[in-house]
Design a protein around this ligand. Structure first.
Ligand code: XUL
Length: 539
């Protein structure tokens, strides 16, 4: 009899499930629910609603429905659901779900003949959940940061400066704007721990990976920090679930799923984590010297760290990892949606987009773009605007190369605090299917880029976490390195080498790009003369 592990990822635009088998850790099946298409009655655009004043929300009931739908689709698959030994998941980070005091009772009395969403309609004390794309909490960020003693002490305490999308500032804003509803809130969960709670039928802990994206957890002790809780909202400690390592088994799946979908009542559950900590495992990044770049709705640059090291400039974050260690993460909001905006404005297919990258030269004839289609996280840009230097908005080729080079140069600049240049870069996320984008990454970083076949790294990471904890649990101990080496989905299918002749070009271009960033952030002079010199030198 073959045993299986199921990993689910609740991302911004979709929910995915991946099943791997115990023996070879090969992906056996994949299920995808696209919110805009499959749950169109929620009327989301790219999975979210854009509110007033930089607010971005989703409906938590949509995730609840997606979970039922995912299991329904799984039932129609060949995988025997009752041979799934363990299940875990991940979710887009930072988003919060607010529940009233009926929530737990309702979970304990679920009727397996009715969908979850019908039975959970009235358990929310806040109808919509703010998600990571929300950047409406600048005031609350300032207030919390001040109460914690400034930027450096906030970073030293929580691993990150306060950020608009982080859960603490979001919770504070809810408390300030809706004190009555805040008071009726019995539980505040992250999206990850909310979904984990639904499966467990009891409050699930928040894991250290996702817990560190809240500005509420002490990054060293990995406990809720009283000073941060008090700086955020009253009685917050009583509304949050406990924190836990994400590799511990927290119990068995609740009867609802056994009766409705045929799960074994012994199916083990692990806490869910954030999509980025989960992806760390799902790209096999379990030792230092490598980094990963995920090209998704947001682009992220992350690495694994054995020891805590903090970015006192305050642009990056340090999160806990599913291995019990740390990871650094830099998140760029203008990822795939910004690339898509350029692609769509010229009515291009992705193939045509790639062909343009192929036929245009590294350095883009000295043409530079700063692509803030949306408010940007790194560098912090609250008013979106696209800047073009040396070319016009209607120049298709300059725009296509311009956006990709801008994104890569920005990653190179803002990852410098990590001090060591990567020996190799693992690429993941939907955008990494585009080989020409990977070639630009290789050239800009002067590092080989490894392309993986499986692009659902967060869901795969969740399935692999199940494999590790389950095998440890039954006494077949396996290390993270053994596990990731064994997994076929983690064998790169192609390594893209950098073109050595672009080394000095991108060193020079990085300097100019950095000056342009300073210029648009109002901290520097217009580097136009330098850009012209660069153009003369290379073209
Ligand atoms: C990370 C972040 C995003 C979300 C969405 O800090 O905000 O990467 O997790 O995927």
């Amino acid at each position: 009899m073959t045993n299986y592990f199921l990993g689910i990822d609740c991302s911004t635009q979709s929910m995915k499930g991946l099943v791997i088998d115990e023996l070879s850790l090969t992906v056996q099946t994949k299920i995808l629910i696209n919110y805009d298409k499959d749950l169109s009655h929620f009327h989301t655009q790219n999975g979210v609603y854009l509110g007033k004043e930089k607010q971005v929300y989703s409906n938590p009931l949509m995730w609840v429905e997606a979970l039922d739908l995912l299991f329904e689709k799984l039932q129609r698959n060949d995988i025997p659901i009752n041979n799934i030994e363990a299940l875990s998941g991940s979710a887009q980070q930072h988003g919060t779900v607010y529940l009233n005091k009926q929530f737990l009772n309702r979970l304990k009395t679920l009727n397996s003949n009715q969908p979850l969403s019908k039975q959970l309609e009235d358990v929310f004390s806040r109808e919509l959940s703010p998600v990571w794309m929300d950047s409406s909490t600048t005031r609350q960020c300032q207030e919390i940061r001040e109460a914690l003693g400034g930027v450096e002490s906030t970073i030293n305490l929580t691993g990150s400066n306060t950020f608009e999308r982080f859960s603490g500032p979001q919770i504070r804003k809810f408390y300030q704007t809706n004190p009555r509803k805040y008071e009726t809130t019995a539980w505040i969960h992250l999206i990850s721990s909310f979904l984990s709670t639904l499966l467990l039928g009891n409050p699930s802990p928040i894991d250290h990976g996702d817990g560190s994206g809240m500005n509420l957890m002490n990054i060293r002790s990995k406990k809720w920090d009283n000073q941060a809780l008090n700086a955020t909202a009253p009685n917050l400690g009583q509304k949050l679930p406990p924190l836990a390592e994400s590799f511990q088994i927290i119990g068995n799946i609740a009867p609802y799923y056994v009766d409705r979908y045929g799960f074994s009542p012994d199916t083990k559950l692990l806490p869910w984590t954030g999509d980025n900590p989960s992806s760390l495992i799902g790209v096999g990044l379990v030792k230092p010297d490598q980094v990963a770049i995920s090209l998704g709705t947001s682009d992220t640059y992350f690495n694994y760290m054995r020891q805590l090291s903090l970015d006192l400039n305050g642009e990056s974050h340090v999160f806990g990892t599913p291995t019990g260690d740390y990871m650094a993460l830099i998140c760029f909001k203008n990822g795939s949606l910004a690339r898509e905006a350029i692609k769509n404005s010229f009515n291009l297919s992705w193939e045509e987009f790639s062909n343009i990258l192929k036929r245009t030269p590294p350095g883009n004839y000295g043409r530079i773009m700063l692509p803030y289609f949306y408010p940007e996280i790194v560098p912090l840009i609250l008013e979106p605007k696209v800047y073009r230097f040396g070319f016009k908005e209607n120049n298709m080729e300059a725009n296509v190369r311009g956006i990709v080079e801008a994104q890569c140069l920005s990653m190179r600049i803002h990852s410098q605090w990590l001090k060591t240049a990567p020996l190799e870069i693992i690429a993941t996320g939907g955008g990494s299917e585009n080989r020409e984008i990977l070639q630009v990454i290789a050239n800009v970083f002067q590092s080989p880029v490894k392309a993986l076949k499986n692009l659902d790294s967060a869901a795969l990471g969740a399935a692999l976490r199940c494999a590790k904890s389950y095998q440890d649990h039954i006494g077949k101990k396996i290390t993270w390195e053994e596990l990731t080496q064994k997994c076929t989905a983690l064998k790169p299918y192609e390594t893209i080498l950098p073109l050595n002749e672009t080394t000095s070009l991108y060193e020079d271009m990085e300097q100019i790009y950095q000056r342009y960033e300073q210029f648009v952030l109002n901290n520097g002079k217009n580097p136009e003369r330098k850009r012209q010199k660069f153009t003369q030198k290379y073209f």
